[in-house]
Design a protein around this ligand. Sequence first.
Ligand code: SF4
Length: 191
Amino acid sequence: MSREQLSNGLARLAALARQDDWRAGEVEGLTPTQADILRALIQRPEGLRVTALAAHLNVTQPTASDAATALERKGLVEKLADPGDGRALVLRITRRGRALGRRWPLSFGALVDALSEEDQARLLGIVTRAIYELQHRGDISPQRMCLSCRYFAPNVHRDQTRPHHCRFIDAPLGEGDLRVDCADHEEAQAA
Ligand code: SF4
């Protein structure tokens, strides 16, 4: 196995995804970071502080703040007082922002579409484990994912297509069902 070849392959895919993101953004006048913010806020109707948003997207706070200001100017997000702390502000997506975010093309959509359903499920499992590992090393901020969730029970079923279980929805999960960003996630206690 060549680490270099794998690394080169991933770099090509990342370049294509970046190119697709910029191309999609040209039509609506959004940068990839602004599109990422819309995607993140769609999953969080209660809103999110800029610091949390910057951590989630792995960008600096000024970058997130500039992108949020541009989105606010376009009427796609609004800044509101945080109900938990009147001195702080949360960013919330507007109806227009939600409509735009919902029709926004998926990042890495070309790669996903090029794979069979089986390979998509396998790759989701690999990506999920990679993010979890990088999260442990401190390279990626904590994500609301199955592998770190108190409701996740790994490898508890004999069915190899759905070996895991989510105790929140009380249903078995296969690799293709794993969530990277789940609204029902609750962080598991560290062992
Ligand atoms: S609640 Fe969400 S993140 Fe947690 S195990 Fe279930 S599907 Fe996964």
